[in-house]
Design a binder for this molecule. Structure first.
Ligand code: SF4
Length: 785
């Protein structure tokens, strides 16, 4: 069996040495890189060959790649690299990596064409000045072969253990049994649907209710499909951290965590929910499982910059990486704590070790942005390495909002204006150009129609974006000269400006470009304006990411109506949509709709007494724990205060606008079995989904809002754009997102087959047929009163 590897991946493995150093990055965007390559190759003569596919073998390695260009007249192979900033500041190890790539291509070209010598040239193309800097070496075919063989030898031992790991892994997955004696009701159907979708290389939209065991029910078939397809990697992507924990627990139930490690932890944690069917689940499954964690959480030196002069875990990173990588691969179970332990033992950065291990893990558990966003690492690796990946997206209803966020960019004018007086001298001029262009733009809010607080621009503000691009180049150059991290405000502005420039490259009708007035503050005489490139429909971006996967499943308890998700997410037309029945019975739940109560903004004051009366009556009818959901903190406070006044005997606790992890935990801890009280929360907030309060911990929910987003100029523009693009503006901008939040929140009540509870929908609009059509089908007929 041979091991196939791309030239780039081979060299990244074997030719990197010394410090981790990101000062010469960020490199140009992908689009700038492609444009730069095109400019260089168009400058060449007619006989110039471009994108030459090459391959070669060494023992059982198969090395493939595409050389950028070859000039047969000069017998010169060119490897083109685009860059920003002063080339003299490029770290030596980055240059060495580029030479390694060029030389390996050189060997493959000599082999293919029977050449006995070659000029190998690195062409550095400066994006800003459009100037080329060529660096050349005269090489004999023998020298190039030696370079190639050296790199292959460095990789060979790793390739051998990778092949052996893959054989072990696939054999274990073929033999893998479901870890419990029986599937839960509906879980087998779920597992079969996931397996079939993966096997037929499709995406599946799966609406599966609570209680079915979705995490295990999707992971198990995906892993079973791995050897046969074959899949290189599985990505389990979530919109919330709680989903990641559930995925790790399911993988542990399947035996992926080494026994010694899990035994130490499980002594302190709750027992598994059901007995394993046999000894199979206890047998270790040789699966490398990696959790990817954001830099802010994984970094050990948040006050430092990511290079060897500043951070001890970046100094000599690549020299210590081989040992750390081997230790991490051997450990296999790389949750946040596991990865950190390996990293610190080998004195390398845990965050960047995690990035490295995403190349070698079998299952990666991560936030959805690692695959779907503009700079997504897992998506880039999938394309570069030509992986076959199977993807599971948990709580996929969140992908609409999360997807919009990934392709939206905002620049805060007030923060920028605070930054300007403190700028270091070399940045004053480029940022003054930004300031002037931005102020001109802010003044567009005042026009013949008077002053406005919000305005959608028909076109991108070209002058400001050009100034931002130049400023970003200058900041990157300046940053590369600094031994310590940039000032926090400047760093933040730099990241935001880079993101905005990249979003601007893809701007089209799927997005709005808008300005929002910011009042003048302090000594400022003129108002400012926040600039936002606001994605409305993420489908065009996400579609490419769906297409790059072998197959996958988007699953959630709320994926209705399917057209809404298909249109906004860009799921392939071939993706089937499946709704599974609930394992719960209508008899477990009582649902009522208050048909004489309105929570519309104009009726809020009048709604307080009836709401309080209903909450108190229900509480006295059956004492226990309830959740009450409202559309805003202001409304929540009004009702809670009125309840405290009229019914001080009803114990209550309230969600606050900002809650840290401890405050969240203490809110949830109030829901004790045998307790009695009302927790007040905001619909669509942190307690509206993703929390599990089974049995007596929660016996009912009041939902005093349809969850409709606020009618404001931004949402109205979204509605208009969705109407123009998809013909369903109001439902897509307001009604469906609102009702999803309602169903998610109400779904907190019944979590197991033995739960009993009530849901009170407190607004007359819930009685309308179009609202009732979006309620779960297993619910009993609501009582109208
Ligand atoms: S520890 Fe923090 S500062 Fe150091 S390299 Fe890692 S992420 Fe960068």
């Amino acid at each position: 069996m041979s091991y196939r590897i791309a030239v780039r991946a081979l060299c990244e493995f074997s030719a990197k040495a010394g410090d981790l150093d990101l000062r010469f990055t960020p490199s140009p965007s992908a689009q700038e890189g492609i444009a730069g390559h095109r400019v260089v190759s168009e400058r060449r003569g007619e006989r110039y060959e471009r994108e030459i596919a090459l391959a070669g073998h060494y023992v059982h390695l198969e090395v493939r790649g595409r050389a950028d260009g070859y000039d047969p007249d000069a017998n010169r192979l060119e490897e083109i690299k685009t860059h920003r900033g002063d080339l003299a500041r490029q770290p030596a190890n980055q240059r060495a990596l580029h030479w390694a790539q060029a030389q390996v291509y050189g060997h493959l070209l000599c082999l293919a064409r029977g050449l006995d010598q070659l000029t190998v040239t690195l062409v550095y193309f400066d994006i800003a000045s459009q100037r080329e800097t060529p660096l050349s070496q005269q090489c004999s075919a023998c020298e190039l072969r030696e370079v190639f063989e050296t790199h292959c030898q460095r990789f060979l031992a790793w390739a051998q253990q990778e092949l052996a790991h893959r054989r072990r892994r696939d054999a274990a997955l073929v033999a893998l049994n479901f870890p419990f004696a029986d599937f839960r009701a509906g879980q087998r159907e779920l597992a079969e649907a996931v397996y079939k979708a993966t096997h037929t290389r499709r995406w599946l939209l799966l609406q599966a209710p609570t209680g079915i065991g979705k995490t295990l029910g999707t992971l198990f078939p995906m892993l079973k499909a791995m050897p046969g397809e074959p899949l290189d990697r599985v990505f389990f992507l979530t919109a919330r951290n709680t989903g990641q924990q559930l995925a790790l627990e399911a993988l542990e139930q399947l035996g992926a965590r080494p026994l010694a490690e899990s035994a130490a932890d499980t002594q302190a944690s709750a027992p598994a929910p059901a007995e394993p069917a046999s000894g199979d689940a206890a047998a270790a499954l040789p699966l490398r499982v990696l959790t990817l964690t954001a830099r802010e959480k994984a970094c050990e030196h948040l006050d430092k910059a990511c290079h060897g002069e500043a951070c001890p875990l970046a100094a000599g990173f690549y020299d210590r990486l081989p040992a750390a990588r081997s230790a991490a691969a051997e450990r296999g179970w790389l949750d946040r704590a596991g990865l950190r332990a390996v990293a610190l033992e080998h004195q390398v950065c845990p965050y960047y070790l995690g990035q490295e291990m995403s190349r070698w893990a079998d299952v990666v558990v991560a936030d959805v942005n690692y695959y779907f966003d503009l700079h997504a690492q897992l998506y880039a690796l999938t394309l570069q390495q030509q992986w076959q990946v199977g993807i599971l997206v948990d709580e996929a209803h969140n992908l609409v909002e999360r997807g919009r966020g990934m392709y939206t960019a905002t620049l805060d004018h007030a923060a920028f204006r605070r930054l300007v007086p403190q700028l270091p001298a070399p940045l004053k001029r480029p940022l003054a150009r930004v300031a002037a262009a931005w102020q001109d733009l802010a003044e567009q809010l005042d026009d013949a129609h008077g002053e406005r607080d919000y305005r959608v621009l028909e076109h991108l503000p070209g002058k400001l974006i050009a100034a931002l691009q130049q400023a970003v180049s200058r900041i990157v150059e300046y940053q590369s000269e600094q031994p310590i991290a940039l000032d926090g405000e400047l760093q933040r502005f730099s990241f935001e400006a880079q993101h905005l420039c990249r979003v601007a490259e893809t701007f089209a009708s799927h997005s709005l470009c808008d300005l929002t007035r910011q009042p003048a503050r302090g000594r400022q005489r003129r108002a400012g304006a926040t600039l936002t490139l606001r994605n409305v429909m993420p489908a065009p971006f996400l579609a490419a990411r769906f297409a790059a996967a072998h197959g996958g499943t988007l699953f959630s308890a709320t994926l209705s109506p399917q057209g809404y998700f298909r249109d906004l997410l860009g799921v392939p037309d071939t993706a089937p949509w499946l709704a599974l029945g609930s394992p719960f019975a209508a008899g477990q739940l009582e649902v009522s709709i208050a048909t004489r109560l309105s929570t519309r903004y104009a009726h809020r004051a009048a709604s307080l007494d009836p709401l309080v009366a209903r909450i108190a009556a229900r509480f006295h009818q059956r004492r226990g724990n309830y959740l009450a959901f409202f559309s805003s903190f202001a409304y929540l406070e009004q009702v809670a205060e009125r309840l405290a006044e009229r019914h001080p005997e009803v114990v209550q606790w309230r969600q606050a606008a900002r809650m840290d992890d401890a405050a969240r935990a203490s809110f949830l801890a109030r829901f004790e079995s045998g307790g009695a009280g009302v927790g007040f929360a905001v619909l669509g907030g942190i307690f509206g989904e993703g929390i599990d309060l089974p049995g007596e911990r929660l016996i009912g929910a009041f939902v005093a809002t349809l969850g409709l987003p606020q009618v404001n100029p931004v949402n109205e523009q979204m509605r208009e754009r969705l109407q123009a693009l998809l013909g369903n503006g109001y439902d897509y901008a307001y009604f469906y997102p609102g009702m999803q939040k309602v169903v998610q929140a109400a779904g907190r009540v019944i979590r197991t087959a033995s739960d009993r509870g009530v849901i009170e929908l407190l607004d007359d609009r819930f009685a309308q047929p179009r609202a009732r059509a979006l309620l779960p089908t297993w619910w009993p007929e609501p009582r109208l009163d």
